[in-house]
Design a protein around this ligand. Structure first.
Ligand code: COA
Length: 581
């Protein structure tokens, strides 16, 4: 099916006329990107406006004249002058009746067993407008960001579809926020103050520490003091084998640190220094929390999956299939992580398996080189080069794994080089609903590497290559499949995806030997036509210019990205209404 054909596809229940929809959002975050993809798939005309200030918003409404405004991610109320003119629907990450700016944070802190998402109309008082849709989900022990990217996003998309159906139904009346109604299960809650999440190592149990860190991920982070340093900490898990004095650093592993608690220990993978100017960079915890890393012992790590401890990369094997998991925080892959991943792949290749499944992580497949560790390096240009070389080493090793069938299992979102990395595998399977950004343009027009010049044209030909590289918008896996860049898209809840893929891989085993033989022949042919080393040299030559040349665009874009410098206007590729004809 062609990409154009897909754009015309409408699900059976679809009855709503196409609308002109403005997505009003604090930033173009993953949920907003998912809405953008869904709405365009349903043939709606979509434009985006960042919530910068009231007059800019009013201007955008005057320019675009939307039929509907949807706000998937807002940090403040929509002004009355706007919601009185156009119907504005807020996507609130809480169940019916829940109100306030820290919904999910509270749900995690209070160990709520279920939570929800509600689509409600903007009104004079925050989160009190008529209710158009609401979906609930089971809470999982996970970070706020992980819940947001999985359960919240899926429930929000269900709300979006229900909302569109209701809008097309003249007999539909939205629900009222009436706390005497038993269907209204939430309540109004204030902003969750940071002091509520401050970790007290002397009194907090492991469960409390995890709840505090999970509820503060990825922003603002849980404040605490470790070895005399004040920091915000992120991404933690329980350690069940080791114990130590509460608040002490017990050891380190793969950049993470293990800290003793009153009743056990936790691993913390990332931290940001609590500076006076609040401008610390989120980095592997070891670099932020430990003064003299050499004095803290590196705890041994096995590549084989182990329960009850922290493993940044791990391996498991079933029925001649090797699974390499690499759930890197935020999908960012530093030089060190790429090098360790190369070693894990080498291990998988040495095992008696036929298929190697590259699993990424639940939240992200990969977002390419690690812009934070690069920004923090003494010489960011040198570190950029080292990082992209390490990334290329991994991709090359996947390409030359000609004794195995390699499968990229895309459970979560991917961006930039991370998307092209997946193309190195022989077979690519993605979960429907993930968001892909297969372009480097937003990072200061980076040329990009990861053998994209080879992999794109090999899989999809020159025309698609051109179209993809000129694009700078998110796309869904179905469109990637239509381009020939993904082989299979599985429509299922996030929690069921890997189980379904495992069963699918088992079915591939009988044909694997034939596929491997064909792949070997193809690789030899490709190598004879143009060696991989030539692609690498050409791409890295262009990247060298991006890193060391006169044009500082990449360095500026990276700085703005890492320090989260807010944009002063919505980029024109998103704000259709601001484009001059
Ligand atoms: N390096 C370091 N951190 C990264 C990263 C990278 N390559 N990609 C994403 N992150 C971090 C973000 O800073 C953010 O951090 P936070 O937890 O402190 O908020 C977090 O991952 C989530 O990213 P966010 O942008 O909020 O996610 P998203 O799903 O809304 O957007 C992308 C996804 C891929 C569009 C966006 O993250 C992006 O443009 N990343 C950069 C990709 C890139 O240019 N890589 C380098 C070239 S290969």
């Amino acid at each position: 099916m062609s990409a154009a054909g897909l754009a015309g596809y409408r699900p059976k229940w679809y009855i709503c006329a196409t609308m002109r929809i403005l997505l009003l959002t604090h930033s173009f975050n993953s949920l907003t990107q998912r809405f953008f993809i869904e709405l365009r798939r349903l043939d709606h005309e979509v434009s985006v406006e960042f919530d910068i200030n009231e007059s800019v918003l009013r201007e955008s409404v005057a320019l675009y004249k939307p039929d509907l405004i949807i706000a998937p991610f807002l940090k403040r109320a929509i002004p009355e002058s706007v919601w009185k003119k156009v119907r504005c629907i807020i996507i609130h990450p809480g169940p019916r009746g829940d109100r306030g700016p820290s919904s999910l944070d509270w749900a995690i802190m209070e160990h709520a067993p279920t939570w929800g998402v509600t689509a409600l109309e903007a009104a004079a008082e925050l989160d009190t407008g008529p209710i158009y849709a609401s979906y609930e989900f089971q809470m999982r022990q996970a970070s706020k960001s992980s819940l947001y990217r999985n359960e919240v996003t899926e429930a929000a998309v269900k709300c979006l579809h229900t909302l569109l159906r209701h809008l097309a139904d003249p007999s539909f009346t939205p629900g009222k926020l009436d706390y005497s109604n038993r269907e209204i299960i939430g309540t109004a809650r204030p902003f969750l103050p940071q002091r509520a999440r401050h970790i007290n190592w002397q009194t907090d149990t492991v469960a409390t520490v995890l709840a505090k860190i999970n509820s503060a991920d990825g922003s603002p982070g849980a404040p605490c003091s470790i070895a005399g340093r004040h920091a915000y900490v992120y991404d933690a898990c329980r350690e069940t084998h080791l114990t130590g004095t509460a608040g002490d650093v017990i050891g380190k592993r793969s950049g993470a640190v293990c800290i003793g608690c009153t009743n056990g220990a936790v691993w913390i993978t990332h931290a940001r220094l609590h500076n006076a100017d609040n401008r610390g960079i989120k980095l592997p915890a070891e670099h932020v929390l430990i003064d003299c890393p050499e004095t803290v012992s590196e705890l041994p790590v096995s590549l084989w999956q182990e329960a009850g401890t922290f493993q940044e990369i791990y391996y498991e094997e079933h029925d001649r299939i090797g699974f390499v998991h690499f759930p890197f925080y935020n999908g960012a892959m530093s030089t060190d992580q790429c090098q360790r991943l190369c070693r894990a792949l080498a291990f998988a290749r040495s095992r008696p398996v036929t298929i190697i499944a590259l699993m990424g992580g639940r939240d992200f497949w990969s977002n390419g080189i690690n812009l934070n560790t690069i920004e923090a390096a003494e010489r960011p240009a040198d570190e950029s080069m080292r990082n992209i070389v390490a990334m290329d080493d991994f991709v090359e090793n996947v390409i030359i794994s000609t004794n195995h069938l390699t499968v990229a299992v895309m459970q979560g979102n991917a961006g930039a080089g991370g998307v092209f990395m997946a193309l190195a595998a022989d077979y690519i399977v993605a979960r429907r609903g993930i968001v892909l950004n297969p372009h480097y343009k937003n990072m200061g027009n980076l040329y990009g590497s990861e053998f994209w010049t080879y992999l794109l044209s090999k899989r999809a030909g020159r025309d698609v290559q051109k179209e993809i590289m000129q694009h700078r918008l998110p796309i869904g896996p179905e469109t990637m499949q239509a381009y020939g860049l993904i082989d299979d898209v599985v429509d299922c809840p996030p929690g069921e995806f890997t189980g379904l893929v495992r069963r699918q891989l088992l079915k591939m085993l009988p044909d694997a030997a034939t596929l491997i033989a064909a792949k070997k022949r193809e690789r030899n042919r490709d190598e004879a036509m143009k060696p991989l080393s030539a692609y690498r040299t050409e791409e890295l030559g262009k990247m060298e210019r991006n890193f060391y040349g006169f044009d500082p665009s990449y360095h500026v874009a990276r700085y703005n990205f890492v320090y989260k410098i807010p944009l002063s206007r919505t980029p024109l590729h998103l704000a259709l209404h601001r484009k001059k004809n």
